[in-house]
Write a protein that binds this ligand. Structure first.
Ligand SMILES: [Zn+2]
Length: 421
């Protein structure tokens, strides 16, 4: 794309109060008054009420409002049929999530569009604000952006259900959507010129660097393994230490080897997590007969992820041999690392740099922007998270940081939408 220079454009500013009103409006739904957490899981009542409220607001503001077959909500500024610049995020949350994850990105995108409208700018490309559906993975995917970018896996889609056994199809039908029409949500290549998302960092890097805004240039891949070590459950008092096949001892030894493995084969972007463990029979007086656990491997480099996986499997084999355990390994899911568009990252960094903030960094968490990159050049703006906390009621981003990020979003949106090609 052929970007206009910043100097060609009239001065534009976001309205922090209007942005806060949009943000608070979304967060009026699904708040647990006791804990302060937000419960707008994808397709839940609170999720849908928030999205309908947002649709009403966008309508009142004069945007062209539409929903697609997946349940994504759009508000368009400009011509209905021309290729657009899309910007937005999600408003669903994890159970007991925070106020900022997703909702801030939607409020920022809408505020940026309204600022552009108020300034009366004539742009080459329409701007489409998107509120993606079911980003947090209640049903195991990133449904909204996968649908827009034509990447819904049919096998997953037809059988997806949440942890309570609710079918995705039933959840969609309950909102008046026809799952059989999911394919119609896919945008044609070329119809979206670029996608921008602002999101809270959800980590401590920006705060520790004392910088409000960062630009993500890539998103880590995720390998999800399910490991089972099987030994023999036996009496904890009568079985001498040398005669045990203790599944937990094996798990503990493998887990303790992770830091060394990362030091040897990983990078500073490597993350390995054993987050869920089930011991059997899980009784204080019985040697654990089996340990079933998840291992999540993340890095921004696919070859590093492979090396870590191979290294960990070799550690597990060694551990199993030493403790007399049987080893079973299953791959639950695998997502490759994604490089976001370098041109857009450079543009975002330039705009952030004008405000004295420029930190380019990888994203350790998954976002709509990485999915959208398959459809169009995509960019991701981060704003600092207090204490790096996310997916919790304590999640917090200073409003000045949010506004600084919104200014970067606005300036970049204008440049993209003013591009002559
Ligand atoms: Zn999010």
């Amino acid at each position: 794309m052929n970007f206009k220079e910043k100097n060609d454009l009239s001065p534009l500013q976001i309205d922090p109060d209007r942005m806060k009103a949009i943000f608070d409006g979304i967060n009026a739904f699904g708040r647990n008054e006791t804990t302060g957490g937000f419960n707008r899981t994808g397709f839940s009542n609170a999720d849908w009420e928030a999205r309908r409220w947002l649709a009403g607001l966008m309508e009142r503001e004069g945007l062209g409002v539409s929903w697609d077959a997946a349940g994504n909500l759009f508000g368009r500024l400009g011509k209905a049929d021309a290729p657009c610049i899309m910007a937005g995020s999600h408003t669903d949350t994890v159970p007991e999530g925070g106020a900022f994850d997703g909702a801030l990105g939607v409020a920022v995108a809408l505020e940026a569009a309204l600022s552009i409208r108020d300034a009366g700018l004539t742009l080459t490309h329409p701007i489409e604000v998107v509120n993606t559906v079911e980003e947090e993975g209640r049903f195991g995917g990133m449904l909204g952006s996968q649908a827009i970018s034509g990447q819904v896996d049919p096998d997953w889609f037809e059988s997806a259900c949440d942890s309570d056994g609710w079918q995705l199809w039933d959840a969609m039908r309950a909102r008046g959507l026809d799952p059989a029409r999911i394919g119609s949500a896919a945008r044609q290549p070329g119809s979206v010129k670029a996608f921008l998302e602002l999101h809270v960092e959800q980590g401590p890097v920006l705060e520790r660097a004392g910088i409000a805004v960062g630009i993500a240039d890539c998103v880590s891949g995720v390998t999800n393994l399910q490991i089972t070590l099987t030994g023999s459950a036996n009496h904890s008092g009568t079985t001498p230490m040398a005669f045990r096949a203790d599944a937990f001892a094996g798990l503990a030894q493998a887990a303790a080897a992770i830091p060394e493995l990362i030091a040897a084969s990983g990078t500073d972007q490597s993350r390995m997590t054993i987050g869920k463990v089930e011991l059997q029979p899980n009784f204080p007086h019985t040697i654990p007969g089996s340990a079933e656990f998840s291992v999540i491997i993340r890095d921004t480099d696919a070859s590093v992820m492979k090396a870590l996986e191979a290294g960990f499997l070799s550690i597990l084999q060694d551990t199993a041999r030493r403790h007399g355990l049987r080893l079973a390994v299953a791959e639950t899911s695998r997502l490759a690392p994604v490089a976001l568009d370098a041109g857009i990252a450079a543009l975002l960094a330039e705009e952030a740099g004008r405000q004295g903030m420029a930190l380019t960094m990888p994203s350790g968490a998954g976002h709509d922007a990485q999915t959208m990159q398959a459809l169009c050049p995509s960019g991701l703006i981060f704003v600092a998270s207090r204490g790096g906390v996310s997916h919790a009621p304590e999640e917090w981003t200073d409003w000045n940081a949010a506004c600084a990020g919104a200014s970067v979003m606005l300036a970049t949106l204008v440049r993209l939408a003013s591009a002559t090609s």
